[in-house]
Design a protein around this ligand. Structure first.
Ligand code: SF4
Length: 399
């Protein structure tokens, strides 16, 4: 059911005002509305949709953008057959395979993440799931990353049970990443060596262990609108705190090579619409424009920060992406600010000052008390005079 429009959505048509109000109440828009928004001409009423998604995003995250830095700590030689992945046993992609990195290497990457203003340091291990020895190693590394750098951490390590997830949690891990990637119905088309249900089991195990869930999709593997909408709602049901929206980067040698959605090639407008609908189905989740943003969103990346509140810098698992300075310029050009988990890194102060955007954001996380001071159109340092502008209870995503 859509929520009634209010003063916050003045200027929007009834349809987009109702979509916005629904998101401001942390409710999902109806499935038929999500399907409709993903159909037809992608340019038609694109900007009202972006505005609606942007109002919802500001409700939970203000104008802050979380920068993530990814380290593929173990690469290649995976016995699984995920058709989109260059690390799969079936892929002929020319990748650099290597064993689990040493503690020194993982800490050195964490230091770089900290220096480059990353809010979260994400580590990924190729493989079906981590062995006990790999868990031992990662427990040691995560504990030191937390104590030495204080970074938010996320680990992607394949399938695992609650006991392993609990060991990671006890070491200080904040989130476990395990993407659904696509709908349950489409899953056998992209992978046959494990099931969608096993993926969901891993997410339940992580949640039972007290870890936050990071789980997302890969758009452009030939899915229908229905597949995508099913995935959006499945992630909502799982209460994924963080949803990376990847756009397929076809790698020569992989089985899944067509970057098509809904029977057509991905375009920037299609990708932007998809991010907006993710926001409106999962209003208070961290929505990340993840792999493929540079190639697929292209000149609409700044606009994509209306629905999305996070991005990766310095590349993905196997492919290069834009660097820190380029990402910071993108954030500032969009009228947003990078969110730092601590002091602003020394190396970024000059850039932020030159753009008039430097302000120490120490410990300025959007807690419930902080949210109470936010106006829906932006962060203000005084109490908001709009009595209707109040945070929704139970929002646990604005960390
Ligand atoms: S996505 Fe993960 S499990 Fe699948 S082939 Fe790649 S590394 Fe292996």
């Amino acid at each position: 059911m859509l929520t009634e429009p209010s003063a916050k959505t003045q200027g929007l048509s009834d349809r987009y005002a109702a979509l916005t109000e629904t998101g401001l109440a942390d409710e999902a828009i109806p499935r038929e509305e999500a399907l409709s928004l993903l159909g037809g001409d992608p340019h038609e009423e694109l900007w009202p949709l972006v505005q609606a998604a942007g109002l919802v995003r500001r409700r939970y995250f203000g104008d802050l953008v979380r920068v993530h830095r990814l380290n593929n700590v173990k690469s290649g030689a995976c016995p699984e057959d995920c058709g989109y992945c260059g690390q799969s046993k079936d892929s002929e992609a020319p990748i650099r395979a290597y064993k689990l990195q040493s503690k020194e290497s993982i800490l050195a990457e964490a230091a770089q993440a900290k220096a480059s203003g990353a809010f979260r340091y994400c580590m990924a291990l190729a493989g079906t799931g981590p062995t006990d020895a790999e868990i031992d190693h990662m427990v040691d590394c995560i504990a030191e990353v937390k104590s030495r750098f204080g970074l938010e951490t996320c680990l992607s390590a394949g399938l695992m049970d609650e006991a392993k997830a609990r060991r990671l949690k006890d070491a200080g891990l904040d989130r476990l990443n395990h993407n659904l990637n696509t709908s349950e119905a489409m899953y056998p088309e992209i992978c046959t060596t494990h099931t969608y249900a096993q993926r969901v089991e891993t997410l339940h195990a992580a949640k039972a262990a007290g870890l936050g869930l990071c789980s997302g999709v890969i758009v452009g593997m030939g899915e229908t609108r229905g597949d995508l909408v099913e995935t959006m709602y499945a992630l909502r049901e799982l209460r994924a705190e963080s949803i990376p929206v990847n756009f397929l980067l076809p790698i020569e040698g992989n089985r899944v090579l067509r970057d098509e959605h809904h029977g057509a090639p991905l375009t920037p407008a299609v990708c932007l619409r998809i991010l907006c609908v993710f926001r409106l189905v999962n209003p208070s989740a961290e929505i990340r424009m993840a792999a493929g943003r540079e190639q697929h969103l292209r000149s609409l990346q700044a606009a994509a920060l209306e629905p999305a509140n996070s991005l990766f810098v310095d590349g993905y698992l196997l492919t290069k992406g834009s660097g820190v300075e380029s990402a910071m310029r993108l954030i500032l050009d969009a009228g947003m600010r990078p969110e730092f988990d601590g002091d602003t890194p020394e190396g970024l102060r000059g850039l932020l000052e030159s753009r008039g955007a430097y302000a120490p954001i120490k410990d300025e996380k959007l807690s419930e008390s902080k949210l109470a001071k936010l106006h829906v159109r932006g962060v203000e340092t005084k109490e908001c005079a709009d009595a209707a502008c109040s945070p929704s209870p139970g929002n646990d995503h604005a960390r």
